[in-house]
Design a protein around this ligand. Structure first.
Ligand code: SAH
Length: 374
């Protein structure tokens, strides 16, 4: 029997009310806890209560733009499995699979890699009941066994290939702000005229400040961001690499070098919005700091490759060849969609440069494609 889609818990109380009560009780909350509540509150968080991805939703992602994205990541995974020595059992885990589109396209591509398919089981790591139901529906004809988990820590041990597209940007950031010559926790408090406003709270612990900024007398108001859950993800991967080969592909939007500044942003119906105006109703994200991820991975003994711009990554993996093949049997309308989709993914003026791919692996494996070519 097929799985029954789960119903989202319907909470009559908007998150803004819950947060007001919390701030009245506890005082201002950290930006980290605000972002976490907005996205993941068990009753009224953004992802808990809706399927936000697609034209009718708030934002669109690469796998939703072109099937070639998931197909090429599928091919990448099969190549990495070969580089691991083709272990007889491997888990491909996807973090935050959204509507399940990327995994559906990858699974279709793996039908022409029967040995990989025979070794494979798929782990979908998802916290949102609404999106889990969408994934179950999308992947119901999967040629490989599927299993859902709430956290990567729950995924069984053994050789692992991990995919995370636009997942890390949705993990809460901690913001630290320079005020009165001291680094303080950036908070969300009540605004004088109602609603919420940013503030500066208690001084942070010394370890919260990146070493490069410790001794600098930064200008008042300087903001730096860290992402505790991303650091924990790297630690989990490095821990697993002690027992079995691992490879991870992290794709997201963000900066190559650690920077300074507030990158918290809200998107509603494909437009930017105020992150404080309607908590839980807008998609809140912040740039991914690829340099920090890479540094954390290397410090724990993992090999890191990239980040490489999404456009270059996809072109080197064969975007053009794959599109050519699709074009041969396409109608005129489909042709237009294939070409505009490929341009949207790869053109540096669209997603091709802002979005980047970082590969992490157990040390000692051959570099993953296409990093080995450069
Ligand atoms: N990868 C998909 C969806 C990106 S949206 C795509 O490219 O289309 C972010 C996804 O991460 C959603 O599926 C959301 O429910 C999930 N998510 C957010 N925080 C999570 C967490 N802490 N653990 C697991 N999944 C999470």
């Amino acid at each position: 029997m097929g799985a029954q889609p789960k119903r989202a818990a319907i909470n009559p109380q908007p998150l803004a009310v819950t947060l007001r009560e919390r701030i009245a009780r506890e005082g201002p909350i950290s930006v980290h806890d605000y972002m976490e509540a907005c996205l993941a509150d068990r009753r009224s968080g953004y992802y808990t209560t809706r399927q936000p991805i697609g034209r009718a939703g708030d934002f669109i992602t690469a796998p939703e733009i072109s099937q070639v994205f998931g197909e090429l990541i599928g091919a990448w995974s099969a190549a990495v499995w070969q580089a691991m020595g083709a272990p007889s059992a491997v888990i491909v885990a996807e973090l935050g699979p959204g509507r399940g589109t990327l995994m559906g396209d990858a699974l279709r591509a793996w039908r022409s890699a029967p040995q990989f398919l025979a070794a494979l089981s798929v782990a979908l790591v998802e916290t949102s009941p609404v999106l889990e139901a969408a994934q179950r529906a999308m992947l119901r004809d999967s040629p490989a066994p599927l299993q859902w988990y709430a956290a990567l820590e729950d995924v069984p041990r053994g050789p692992l290939i991990l995919i995370a597209n636009e997942f890390i940007d949705a993990l809460p950031v901690r913001q630290i702000v320079r005020e009165s010559g001291v680094w303080r926790e950036r908070t969300v408090a009540f605004a004088d005229r109602g609603g919420f406003a940013f503030g500066a709270g208690a001084p942070v612990e010394a370890e919260a400040v990146p070493p490069s900024l410790k001794d600098i007398d930064a200008p008042e108001g300087t903001i730096i961001e860290t992402r505790p859950a991303a650091t924990k993800l790297i630690e989990t991967l490095a821990g697993r690499a002690n027992d079995a080969p691992i490879a991870a592909l992290i794709a997201d939007y963000g900066h190559e070098a650690s920077g300074i500044g507030d990158t918290l942003q809200a998107v509603h119906r494909h437009r930017f919005a105020d992150p404080l105006s309607v908590p839980g109703e807008t998609d809140l994200t912040a740039h991914v700091d690829f340099a920090a991820l890479k540094e954390a991975a290397r410090a724990l003994g993992l090999a890191a490759f990239g980040p490489m711009a999404q456009g270059a990554f996809l072109l080197k993996l064969g975007l053009a060849t794959r599109c050519d093949r699709l074009l041969r049997s396409a109608t005129p309308d489909q042709k237009e969609a294939i070409l505009s989709g490929a341009a949207r993914l790869a053109d540096p003026r669209q997603m091709g440069a802002l979005f980047k791919m970082l590969a992490l692996q157990s040390s000692g494996l051959a570099p993953p494609p296409p990093f080995g070519d450069i």
